[in-house]
Write a protein of this length. Sequence first.
Length: 291
Amino acid sequence: MEINRIHPLFGAEIVGVPADGTVPQVVIDRIRAAVESEGVVVLRGQQAMTDDDQIAFCRRFGTLQKSISIHREDTARRMKRDELTDLSNVNADGSRISPEDTRRKLQSAGLLWHSDNSFRSPPGLFTFLAAKIVPPEGGDTEFSDMRAAWDALDPATQARIAPLQVRHSLAWSREQVGAPPLSAGESANIPESVQPLVRFHPATGRRSLYLSSHGRDVLGMDDAAGKALLRELTEFATRPQFVYVHKWRDGDFVIWDNRVTMHRATPFPDHKYQRDMRRTSIEDSEAALAA
């Protein structure tokens, strides 16, 4: 097991570990520690990993969240397991999905900076994303280090924003990109959540901003002022010095800690190429949120 740093501030690459349910617990513990300290970890060479392998591997880290796509009535799911979220433009028969398809439009909010499942309670802890088909151009994923962004804020700003709480909403992030609104099933099963604007990481002792495109407003603030604050902090936290750009290779399996990172997908020629990505995630704990 070889761990190499991939960015001056955060992120690591791990070579020599198969991502399946047979990995010894000591290796799982080392991977968890790497994710918690580095924020983003890339496991290379996972072409042989099946969907069942991915789910079995992720279950070793905590309680799996089910995909929110199971609550959508007007789209068909390609994935056979409820724990898998399909972030692809590929049909079940292998053909390419049109960019105008509802399924692709629902994915468009992923182009905004966000933390996965921040609109859920409890929110997402770790996300696991497996690359099955990678386009030859575009389709990168950008990550920002929210710990480094917090550290770079002046003390007065840190003191001002530390007690604040933010309302997170899936409907709000979709609205920003003109994606289809919540369906009846989504509205019934995915209520809004309230999350702290600043989080304390129990494993590292570091503080970080907790931002997301799902963050709709700041509790106790005027709506316009709250949105302006979230926009200002997001622009600050995604400056180039805080960002790692992951250029996908076939077989990459990337794990990240949603407590200390934001990420976004970048566009690719959707009308020309296929991109097949499968995501799983585990939920945070109420104890960690309280901390």
